[in-house]
Ligand binder design. Structure first.
Ligand code: GZL
Length: 325
């Protein structure tokens, strides 16, 4: 008996040393499919929900999942992709923290014959053969939804002029670039609106607080009419600062946010936020469906967007459909 125990301990040790310990053993009968997943970090509730969605979907599909979390460092994502290539995973899925700097490592994946699926964010490249498919939000449309809400709000309140401050997500990330572009394209021609500042909050709640403190110090609460924030984490940080400012001007501010996490939707229902543009983190099942189609030899659509909308203070907020993730 002692010999069997010793043998199984050695086996476990060898598995751990061989790095297999990092791989979530597949649950189902698709044990031949291993997905290498480079997640960019854990910066927000959205990201944490997205990671959970990927892990659960891989488990439900019975796929092996090798996940590496880069903790907001592009170079760690590049290292992770290289390790997936060395391990010869069947497919690489990753959420690029910024749009540039991927051509070399994705060329290595292409030369190794490993397909790459971009999940959540896009890359900027001259060679779109470096990725097989993109699945994630249409961030430009999200930005437009935010702008369209603001125009509707200005019309409804008869506002003659509104000063806007923008709290941006991670610089050069797809959601930051396109949520800004979509919003500006909608409001640009309307001279009721002036964007008086645009600051980097990096999608972090703590930086959202920092940005709001700096903006209040610079413009005063009475100098800011609208806050357009690229994600709920930064918005909730800004809201903490606004509500502790004890300034009567704060209650008239229009707050527009993106993601749709529960805390933000609850704040909308409580009248603390005016518009929550939805951006679903639940991309896991759709990613694994693409993996299955790829494995079955099917051609994948190059761009795949989930259906999304927005909740606003014009809606019936007691409707059960108005809920956050
Ligand atoms: C959007 C995603 C963004 C979220 C943020 O798809 O990339 O990153 O809006 C998250 O909350 O940090």
């Amino acid at each position: 008996m002692r010999k069997e125990i010793a043998l199984s301990l050695v086996l476990v040790l060898l598995l751990a040393l061989s790095g297999c310990a990092g791989k979530q053993e597949p649950a189902g009968d698709n044990t031949s499919i291993v997905v290498g997943f480079s997640q960019l970090g854990a910066e927000s509730s959205w990201r944490i929900a997205n990671t959970a969605s990927m892990e659960q979907a891989a488990k439900d599909a019975g796929y092996g999942l090798m996940m590496e979390n880069a903790n907001q460092k592009q170079e760690k994502q590049i290292d992770a992709i290289r390790s997936f290539i060395a391990y010869r995973v069947d497919v690489i899925v990753f959420s690029p923290i910024v749009e540039t700097g991927w051509d070399n490592v994705l060329t290595e994946a292409k030369q190794a014959g490993i397909p790459v699926i971009l999940m959540d964010r896009m890359i900027e490249t001259q060679d779109d053969s470096l990725y097989t498919a993109y699945i994630g939000a249409d961030f430009y449309a999200e930005g437009r939804r935010a702008g369209e809400y603001l125009i509707r709000k200005a019309d409804a309140t008869g506002a003659e002029h509104l000063n806007i401050v923008e709290i941006c997500g991670t610089t050069d990330s797809t959601p930051m670039r396109d949520r800004q572009r979509g919003f500006m394209d909608v409001i640009r021609k309307d001279d009721r609106f002036s964007v008086i500042d645009s600051v980097d909050g990096d999608f972090l709640r703590s930086k959202g607080e920092e940005c709001m403190r700096e903006l209040l110090a610079k413009y005063g609460a009475d100098g800011i009419d609208v806050i357009y924030s690229h994600n709920d984490s930064m918005t909730l940080g800004a809201l903490d600062v606004l509500e502790s400012a004890n300034d009567p001007s704060v209650k008239d501010m229009i707050l527009i946010t993106v993601d749709g996490e529960k805390e933000a939707v609850d704040a909308l229902k409580a009248g603390r936020i005016n518009c929550v543009v939805q951006c679903t983190p639940q991309l896991g099942p759709a990613v694994m469906k693409l993996v299955a189609e790829l494995n079955a030899g099917k051609e994948l659509p190059k761009v795949n967007h989930p259906n999304e909308g927005a909740f606003t203070d014009f809606d019936n907020l007691s409707d059960p459909a108005v809920e956050g993730f």
